[in-house]
Design a binder for this molecule. Structure first.
Ligand SMILES: *Cc1c(COP(=O)(O)O)cnc(C)c1O
Length: 431
């Protein structure tokens, strides 16, 4: 498909050979657990990778396969694997890469679930993490240890909304010969392709903007195929795999070693496969991602600018503001839009914030982002409630912070909805 290289086209066509699916124009849902083998020899050849094909839906499925090929193509990767959730994609990526005794350097501005995985759960398995303010890439290299085996960042951190210098961070990881993993969920592949800036592995929660309609969980790992696993630090890829009859991934598979191990061992052993029905829903979303993310970004910028002018609002954060402290990163990485998340604080702090959130009608109070419909949450009392005050501050969650996931409704209605909610708490806030 050499004539097709733009996202708006790839989002609709990549990975789908209509001749292979009974000429269906829409991607069909292959709702099956398993696939009939021609005979025992065929079965044996599939299991030993002598022949490509479908075995069991936990490992691969024709609907999921189209989604995987489409995502890989859009992001410039050599392969992808999809999962039951973004969290499953993250945990499978890390457990494929790391073993007990290994260390991760991560940005301190991470999705709450990821923070807990790194901070609480992985240490139980002997894998530890140092969290740093990655807005200064020097902080990444300062945290490297002998046993560091991965750098993990979000291209736009949530809820701090810090836009990181992916290329500078990738240079630090390269010098230390370890892979850079970028969770690109909030930016989406429509606004940013981290692989262009040196990322080795890209992660998505497909639940958010890619699915985009708030109806299906999903996750993905994209392998850039640009990391040298034979540099001496990654025996998982250079020694015969006990889990796959002595396969040496770096030799037998080559550039696609990582994503092959993710599928052959990660999906097999951890089992967080995506349902083909959800893959279908997510494909419907992906097809309109370039249109939607443009509208999300436009609405968010207009609303953030309007919020700044309201008396009751004490501060507003949006990476599209020229006053944003790392605006040079916005210009370099997100010139076409900065996605739909906006955070702000209100005079009157915690109590006012809770009251406003209780009084919106179009903005739904819930724990999700990236829906076509506008969403609102007060992280200090919900998603980040379990963190200590110091951890909240490091994660950028002040007590008064309200997070908006701005949808694609009419902007006038969104402003009026907030105006109405503000009017209910005005006396309280300005007293
Ligand atoms: C939501 C989210 C995740 C987790 O994805 P799920 O699909 O909810 O498991 C990971 N990273 C980011 C940035 C997210 O917003």
């Amino acid at each position: 498909m050499s004539t097709i290289n733009k996202i708006a086209t790839n989002a609709l066509h990549a990975g789908h050979d209509t001749n292979a699916t009974a000429a269906t124009r829409a991607v069909p849902i292959y709702q099956t657990t398993s696939y009939v083998f021609n005979d025992t020899q065929h079965a044996a050849d599939l299991f030993s990778l002598q022949e490509p094909g479908f075995i069991y839906t936990r490992l691969n499925n024709p609907t999921n396969d189209i989604l995987e090929k489409r995502l890989a193509e859009i992001d410039g990767g050599i392969g992808a694997a999809v999962f039951a959730s973004g969290t499953a994609a993250i945990s499978t990526a890390l457990l494929t890469l790391l073993r007990s005794g290994d260390h991760i350097v991560a940005s301190n501005s991470l999705y709450g679930g990821t923070y807990n995985l790194l901070h609480v759960t992985l240490p139980r398995l002997g894998i530890t993490t140092t969290f740093v303010d990655a807005q200064d890439p020097e902080n990444i290299s300062k945290a490297f240890q002998e046993n560091t085996r991965a750098v993990f960042i979000e291209s736009i951190g949530n809820p701090k909304l810090d836009v990181l210098d992916v290329e500078a961070i990738s240079d630090k990881a390269k010098q230390f010969k370890i892979p850079l993993i970028v969770d690109n969920t909030i930016a989406t592949p429509s606004l940013l392709n981290p692989i262009k800036y040196g990322a080795n592995i890209v992660i998505y929660s497909l639940t958010k903007y890619i699915g985009g309609q708030g109806n299906s969980l999903g996750g993905a790992i994209i392998d850039a195929g640009n990391f040298d696993w034979t540099n001496g630090k990654f025996p998982e890829f250079t020694e015969p795999s006990k889990g796959y009859h002595g396969l040496v991934y770096s030799e037998d598979i080559g550039d696609a070693a990582f994503i092959a191990k993710v599928r052959l061992e990660g999906l097999r052993d951890f089992g967080a496969a995506l349902s083909p029905f959800n893959a279908f829903q997510i494909i419907q979303g992906l097809e309109t991602l370039p249109l939607r993310i443009k509208k999300h970004s436009e609405n968010a910028l207009v609303l953030a600018t309007w919020l700044k002018q309201q008396d009751i609002v004490s501060w507003v954060n949006y990476p599209g503001f020229k006053t944003y402290e790392n605006y040079q990163n916005t210009l370099k990485y997100l010139p076409d839009g900065q996605s739909g998340l906006v955070t702000f604080g209100l005079k009157g702090g915690y109590e006012t914030a809770k009251l406003v959130v209780d009084n919106t009608k179009i903005f739904s109070l819930l724990a999700n982002i990236g829906d076509t419909k506008s969403l609102i949450i007060h992280p200090a009392s919900t998603t980040h409630q379990q963190l200590s005050t110091e951890q909240q501050i490091n994660a950028g969650v002040s007590k008064d912070l309200i997070r908006l996931s701005v949808g694609i409704e009419d902007i006038v209605d969104l402003k009026n909805d907030l105006k109405e909610a503000f009017s209910k708490v005005l006396k309280y806030a300005l007293k």
